[in-house]
Design a protein around this ligand. Structure first.
Ligand code: SF4
Length: 421
């Protein structure tokens, strides 16, 4: 088993992350742009926080439950590599800055895939490209996702030095047999050790991701995971119910009867357990699946997604939203790089949101926030539905916002359906 730690100069297995000669930041002139942001959308740039998401489409292995746009070295062969990806990302950032007028960026989020597989030097170069093309606003939040097995003290030190401010680690569980069902390759203790290393390197903001409701997970397993999370001293926790996505290895195992599907009642009781233990430890929910120790610990980048912010998603399959227009990139890293090499934007599709789309999305997302759904956003019939939500004990009204109760959070989807019916 090769060492998957991703510090500078570390062995990252089969991936070629060698330095790119020259810089793609001086990209050739654009030949044609099949996608153009309308002036009406561009006029809104600067009216809201602006984020950059960078998608890293590489993983060492494929976890059985995952349907993200990510590839192993074996799946890509010679068609694409971190080297070609980095050149393409730099090109897309250059085009994005030209098109938008390069507003200062409030938040950067490098996600995947497994960004830590690239190592600290490459991630520093990605952030350097954001700084060179857009520039960072003062106090910008700069996050990278990392998998515990591809991190090290040197890796975190390199990120801190480069200007990253926040680390999000995929822990999922502290129980070995649960990690095995999920096909996670790290040992139970590695995520907590990585969180401590990140904090020792100077990161004040560290998140641990948990997955609950995995087949075979017991209450004691969940408690052990929560003990580990709380012992790591992190200021943010995300916890998501396991979803069996179509087309995954997990879905095939469930279909063949080799594993049971997650049980709704179990998921509800696990959620309540997570919420109560985190709250007792001073981590409070600010979104249905996210807890933070204080306002500064909340993920500002994700808050931008949930509150109608603008962001440009860079990388294969990345989604973007600016001024009521959404678009998404081609998924395959080779096609993505080819499009940018040809001087084109790598956009695969786009849609202009209607007033109705924007309204539905706003209800759907803000009702999940602790800050709540502004009642002023609701139409007459929807206000009546919101009153019924309160009467049913699923919500309360605070400062003209509908805020879900503990029980309401378990039924958030049903609440949304009732309001929008
Ligand atoms: S490491 Fe994350 S992105 Fe990669 S396959 Fe596993 S769950 Fe998916």
């Amino acid at each position: 088993m090769p060492d998957r730690r991703g510090g500078p100069g570390a062995n990252v297995g089969d991936w070629d992350t060698g330095a790119v000669s020259g810089s793609a930041l001086s990209t050739p002139a654009v030949a044609s742009t099949p996608f153009e942001l309308p002036d009406s959308a561009l006029a809104e740039v600067g009216t809201r926080p602006f984020g950059i998401y960078v998608h890293v489409p590489f993983c060492a292995t494929r976890c059985g439950y995952c349907d993200f746009n990510t590839y192993t070295a074996g799946e890509l062969g010679t068609s694409a590599s971190p080297r070609s990806w980095l050149e393409a990302v730099e090109r897309e950032l250059t085009r994005a800055a030209e098109i938008t007028g390069a507003p200062l960026v409030d938040t950067v989020f490098v996600g995947g895939g497994t960004p830590s597989l690239l190592g600290g030097e490459v991630l520093a170069r990605v952030l350097g490209a954001v700084k060179a093309t857009f520039g960072l606003a003062g106090g910008a939040e700069v996050t990278t996702e990392s998998n515990p097995e591809s991190t090290s003290p040197e890796f975190f030190a390199a990120l801190r030095e480069a200007g990253f401010t926040r680390i999000s680690l995929g822990m999922q569980s502290a129980a070995e047999h649960v990690l095995k069902v999920l096909d996670r390759t790290h040992t139970p203790g590695r995520a907590v050790a990585a969180a401590r290393e990140a904090r020792a390197a100077g990161f004040d903001h560290v998140n641990l991701d948990l997955i609950y409701g995995t087949p075979g997970e017991t209450e004691a397993d969940l408690d052990a995971s929560l003990d580990a999370v709380l012992g790591a001293g992190v200021d943010h926790v995300s916890a998501y119910a396991l979803i069996v996505e179509d087309g995954t290895a997990l879905a095939r195992k469930v279909r063949r009867g080799e594993l049971p599907a997650p049980d709704d009642d179990v998921l509800a009781s696990r959620y309540e357990r997570i919420d109560s233990r985190l709250a007792d430890a001073g981590l409070h929910w600010y979104e249905v699946s996210n807890w933070a120790s204080n306002d500064d610990a909340r993920c500002r980048h994700n808050l931008g997604y949930w509150d109608g912010g603008h962001w440009w998603g860079v990388g294969p399959g990345a989604h973007s939203h600016v001024g009521g227009v959404r678009w998404w990139n081609v998924k395959h890293p080779a096609r993505y790089a080819d499009r940018l090499s040809a001087g084109q934007l790598p956009v695969d599709g786009s849609e202009a949101l209607t007033e109705e789309d924007i309204h539905v999305e706003r209800v759907l997302l803000t009702v999940r926030l602790r800050s709540g759904l502004p009642l002023s956003d609701l139409r007459d019939g929807e206000r009546a539905a919101a009153e019924r939500v309160v009467d049913d004990g699923l919500g309360v009204v605070e400062a003209d916002h509908l805020v879900l109760t503990d029980r309401g959070r378990l039924l958030a989807d049903a609440v949304v359906r009732d309001i929008l019916a």
